[in-house]
Design a protein around this ligand. Structure first.
Ligand code: 4NP
Length: 599
């Protein structure tokens, strides 16, 4: 798949290729309604909901976008064709209204009279919906029924609805003052009683899903992450029962998703080392290597979204008995793109304190060191996986090696590792990011390094340029946090909680951990991207950072993107981030063989 030097692209060829890449369909399976499977897709340019009649293989777009992420859609029920979801009404500000659509035809309507709010976490039961919504001042649980909404409970901490069955509303989050643990809330709809459940104080309990009065959830309360069932009537909690042992022998580090089958069995997608596998009742559903996003059960068949770094998401249908699969929604890449992409490998390097940190490495296969991008994921509770990734592939296509550290705090390596950044953002995680760049230099992957990241990755980029100013040739910070204090003041109820959890209430650290504190140290060119409507990492403190950079004689580009928020909800949004990133890098850090002169 390596392109010889004579074929290397100049910037204008790269731009055309990036446009093709940004328009590649991305599809995430959400579940199945009575008649169809439902998925989120950017087909047609904007992320929104689509459905597919698997027999007729006919996809239809059922909503007008943007529907930005799977967290804003209720998992559909197989008894109805209706789906409920939140839709942003303010060009990326994430001020949502609740909508319903019929998955069998294109027909959507407002589900309730309400003020727009930040909706995240929705569950549906028949025609009734429960969801978490946040305003500037308050995060609360609401029920929408017969066109009206009613507040059921105010949440004093970071927690979200995950399921609703008419009798119970359940959710997960940080329901004690300890951000290192996670509990469930259970609202009894009839009595209004609100209870907090944990099988053991201090344990991490992931989203619960209902089957009558039983909760299915992942928990580390016995040590490692495992799937458990809690019976709310008997008060008993036990390991989820499985008739088959494949999941046990796979030994997943954690589950990406899980749920109940209509027969009351448990399915799950288990994750390990950046890849995942699907299981129904503990039995592996054979799929190609890579990552699976979402699973739907329909008519005795299993549907999954399959992807790998060089394979855009496609929807597979697996016949569980024979294990044979068919591609029901394919996603072939044009040959001139696919031969410029590469597979990835997962490595582990020793960080500053001897801790092993994983990283995803993408190389061109030449074996000689090249200009390399340290690519920093967001979250910070996220990770780079062997899964289609638009920013990573854009950088690969633009001619770079990429090293993406899954720094401490990343998901995918167990709860102990994930919690290492709580109370220490911009501390050990930042040192892991710097260590990954040094590792790439000493291990002959990188001749020089530049740093690129979006959101928490943009924050880490600015921090790295100020605190390790000689390590990087240049950096691109998309949607960064530049000043934690100002971002906190501007945040709504959810993102105030987010800041408190991340800093473990040590708010005296906000200044020390803010890039603006180190702006004077920045020595290398910086490209900053900030969106006018971003309500998570707001623009104002980013502009203030740029103003200080200007005062100190910094070399920088500043792109203020109109009509866009924090989440990339369209092909255009992707291009608004990727294009300035790559053109800046090609000018300041041209890849070997590029026709552009050096910086
Ligand atoms: P993201 O990062 O999850 O990578 O999008 C952040 C989101 C919000 C905030 C910081 C980072 N915040 O300050 O609220």
């Amino acid at each position: 798949m390596t392109a010889p030097d004579s074929e290397r692209m100049d910037t204008s060829d790269t731009v055309r290729a990036l446009e093709t890449l940004a328009a590649v369909p991305v599809r995430y399976l959400i579940g199945s309604t009575k008649n169809r499977i439902v998925y989120l897709s950017n087909d047609g340019g904007t992320y929104t909901l689509w459905s597919l009649d698997v027999a007729a293989r006919s996809p239809i777009k059922i909503t007008d976008g943007p529907v930005a992420s799977v967290e804003e859609v209720a998992i559909p029920r197989s008894v109805t064709d209706t789906v409920f979801y939140a839709k942003d009404t303010a060009k990326g500000k994430e001020l949502h209204l609740l909508y319903r659509a019929d998955s069998a035809k294109r027909e959507e309507s407002l589900a309730a009279e309400m003020q727009p709010m930040r909706i995240g976490g929705i569950g549906m039961s028949g025609e009734t919906v429960a969801f978490t919504g946040a305003t500037k001042d308050e995060l609360a649980v609401f029920v929408a029924e017969s066109g009206r909404i009613e507040k059921k409970a105010k949440l004093d901490s970071l927690a979200f609805v995950t399921d609703f069955n008419g009798d119970y509303i359940v959710g997960a989050g940080i329901l004690t003052k300890d951000p290192r643990s996670q509990e469930h809330f259970i609202i009894n709809v009839d009595s209004g009683e609100f209870t907090v459940f944990t099988p053991r104080a201090g344990s991490v309990n992931k989203p619960p899903f209902l089957n009558g009065s039983k909760l299915l959830f992942e928990s580390d309360y016995t040590g490692k992450n495992k799937l458990h069932v809690h019976d709310m009537e008997t008060g008993e909690t036990s390991l989820a029962p499985f008739d088959h042992q494949d999941l046990l022998s796979y030994d997943a580090v954690e589950s990406q998703y899980y749920g109940w089958t209509s027969e009351g069995k448990v399915w799950s997608i288990g994750k390990k080392d950046g890849e995942s596998k699907a299981f129904v009742d503990g039995k592996e559903i054979p799929t190609p290597r890579g990552f699976l996003w979402g699973l739907a059960l329909h008519d005795g068949k299993v549907y999954v979204t399959h992807t790998s770094l060089a394979q855009p998401t496609r929807i597979l249908e697996v016949e569980p008995k024979s294990g044979r699969f068919k591609v029901v929604l394919d996603n072939p890449l044009p040959e001139h793109i696919s031969r410029r992409l590469h597979d990835c490998r997962m490595v582990r390097f020793k960080s500053f304190d001897g801790r092993e940190v994983p990283a995803l490495v993408v190389e061109d296969g030449s074996g000689s060191p090249r200009r390399t991008i340290t690519l920093v994921h967001g979250g910070p509770w996220g990770e780079y996986l062997n899964s289609w990734a638009i920013l990573m592939n854009s950088l690969v296509l633009a001619g770079y090696n990429v090293v993406a550290p899954n720094y401490r705090g990343s998901t995918g390596y167990g709860e102990e590792f994930r919690k290492l950044d709580i109370g220490d953002p911009g501390g050990g995680d930042f040192q892991d990011i710097a260590a990954s760049a040094k590792w790439a230099l000493t291990n002959r992957i990188a001749s020089e390094v530049a740093i690129v990241g979006y959101s928490y990755g943009g924050y880490s980029t600015l921090l790295a340029l100020g605190r390790e100013p000689e390590l990087w040739a240049c950096g691109v910070a998309g949607a960064p946090v530049a000043d934690w204090k100002v971002s906190y003041e501007l945040a709504d109820a959810v993102f105030k909680q987010f800041g408190e959890v991340l800093f473990n209430h040590k708010m005296e650290l906000l200044g020390e951990r803010s890039p603006i504190t180190y702006v004077k140290n920045v020595r290398r060119p910086v490209c900053i991207l900030t969106s006018v409507n971003d309500t998570r990492t707001p623009m104002l403190p980013v502009l203030e950072y740029a103003r200080e950079l200007l005062e100190h004689g910094g070399v920088f580009e500043l792109h203020a993107i109109p009509d866009m928020g924090h989440l990339l909800t369209s092909t255009q949004d992707v291009m608004d981030i990727v294009l300035p990133t790559v053109t800046f890098l090609h000018r300041r850090f041209p890849p070997a063989g590029s026709s552009k002169s050096a910086r």
